[in-house]
Design a protein around this ligand. Structure first.
Ligand code: FAD
Length: 448
């Protein structure tokens, strides 16, 4: 509960804005998908906004910012609320501002789309497709997630095998951002500086508009190969990621995972699966490399026809793998890891044999600094928080980078940087944006 809260004054100062304050609405707007982590679920479940603001346009959003800043009320931004780390959970109450009505697509030209922050990625992709372009990067939640929520809370996903993460220079070109002040004057941030707003959980400015660079739309096909041995599947993924083949997605799942996530109709029992979105020109190479490792094509479908539906293989990858597994078995949680290029396959093999059925291998191939590399979203059979912490520490000790998905603290998750903090001092001088998400924001260690 925030001490300064007075909804009547907020309503008076931003009278055109739709304000919601009944318990069910406040509860719904205070949640995301942090329940994937038993640790976060326990810690964040009771956090509640005291009111929800639903601005219809940018001037109303600025009125909400001004009213909250004048009263010293915490402000937490919300796109679609699909984040996994409690990013949009208002730890210290105050106002949640739902950005989803700021959803205009402002322009598409020369391989760049400019959108308002609340525009849904699926709608943006549909719009740019008419011009022969597609989004370079999307989370597997693209049907719900917003442009602003993805940049402030996401990482990458579909397309990361070609374009890396949102952080790579050139993927996001500019942002219009409002400071958390009583007279918020939006400013345009361009070039390298825009990366200071990336993955900052809305703690250092309110994104109003973004410019995303686009990719030429290719004729894609979704394919699923099966392998008897996991390391053959992983080596196939590694070889394909290094080939001159256009890919949008390349996922490797260990044998126990397909039946856990609803792929039992496509993957025979005991087999490992490699899921991909590959350009039609790359299909022959994929077949040849799969055959070398004893792999077989088990399923294929046209990507454009499946895109935007739950049938697409996209919705069996990235954290949709975890979501589907959790629906069948609530004792599951997950890790987020990066295997260093050069040593990736050795470390994957070592970690897999170390943990057996306790940690199931789910690999996503991607580029880091334009180098093919591989990340893990391993499914973990949860026993206790102590055991989870032990597994994380053991991975780190073995040289596997872990971005901890079991903390709501941005700087503990491992993706904060000094530029973000400099912007925070400039755009949020009173520490009102999403307080409690940084160990250095004056709300250190506070739980809801
Ligand atoms: C099943 C599942 C699969 C997922 N797969 C992926 C994946 O493949 N790749 C990936 O990167 N992530 C993935 N995620 C995480 C999440 O879906 C994405 O990060 C998504 O892009 C978040 O978008 P959103 O609109 O829901 O953001 P929200 O969850 O609403 O917000 C995310 C963060 O951004 C902030 N924010 C929102 N709008 C603004 C704004 N206008 N200005 C400033 N800050 C703002 C919020 O305060 C919050 O801190 C997955 C999650 C689930 C549940």
């Amino acid at each position: 509960m925030c001490a300064a809260f007075d909804l009547a004054t907020l309503r008076r100062q931003a009278p055109e804005v739709e304000w919601l304050d009944d318990e069910a609405q406040r509860k719904r707007a205070s949640r995301d998908f942090s329940w994937f982590s038993p640790v976060l679920k326990r810690a964040l479940d009771c956090a509640r906004a005291e009111a929800v603001a639903r601005p219809a346009d940018q001037s109303q959003a600025l009125a909400v910012i001004a009213a909250c800043a004048r009263q010293g009320v915490p402000l937490t931004l919300r796109g679609a609320g699909t984040g996994n780390y409690g990013q949009c959970v208002p730890l210290h109450g105050g106002v949640v501002m739902d950005m989803s009505r700021l959803d205009r697509i402002l322009g598409i030209a020369d391989g760049v789309v400019r959108v308002e922050a609340g525009a849904r990625l699926a709608d943006i992709d549909t719009a740019v497709r008419e011009h022969g372009w597609e989004l370079r990067l999307m989370p597997s939640t693209y049907r719900m997630a917003t442009a602003g929520g993805f940049y402030a809370g996401g990482f990458g996903g579909i397309g990361s095998i070609r374009y890396g993460s949102l952080e790579e220079p050139g993927n996001v070109l500019a942002a219009k951002v409002a400071p958390m002040t009583a007279r918020p004057e939006p400013i345009e941030v361009r070039g390298m500086a825009v990366r200071d707003l990336y993955h900052a959980y809305g703690t250092n400015g309110v994104l109003l508009e973004l410019e995303y660079a686009l990719a030429p739309c290719l004729p894609w096909v979704e394919r699923l190969y099966t392998f008897a041995a996991f390391m053959d599947a992983a080596r196939f993924g590694h070889a394909l990621a290094h080939a001159a083949v256009d890919l949008r997605l390349l996922t490797v799942l260990d044998a126990p995972i397909p039946p856990l996530i609803g792929l039992e109709g496509k993957v025979p029992d005991g087999q490992c699966a490699v899921l991909m979105v590959v350009s039609r020109t790359g299909v022959e190479v994929a077949d040849a490399l799969a055959a070398q490792g004893g792999g077989h094509l088990a399923f294929e479908q046209d990507h454009a026809a499946a895109f935007g539906t739950a049938r697409s293989l996209i919705e069996y990858t990235w954290n949709h793998t975890t979501l589907r597994a959790l629906r069948r078995d609530q004792a599951i949680t997950y890790l987020q890891s990066d295997f260093p290029p050069g040593q990736a396959l050795e470390l994957v093999e070592a970690m897999r044999s170390r943990y057996g059925a306790e940690v199931l291998m789910h690999l996503e191939f991607l580029r880091r600094g334009n180098v093919p590399s591989c990340a893990g979203l391993q499914l973990v059979r949860y026993r206790s928080e102590a055991r989870l912490r032990e597994i994380i520490a053991e991975h780190r000790a073995a040289g596997v980078y872990i971005a901890d998905p079991h903390t709501w603290l941005l700087d503990e998750g491992g993706r904060s940087n000094p530029g973000q903090m400099a912007l925070k001092r400039r755009f949020d001088p009173h520490g009102l944006l999403n307080p409690g998400k940084l160990t250095t924001d004056g709300y250190e260690g506070l739980k809801p």
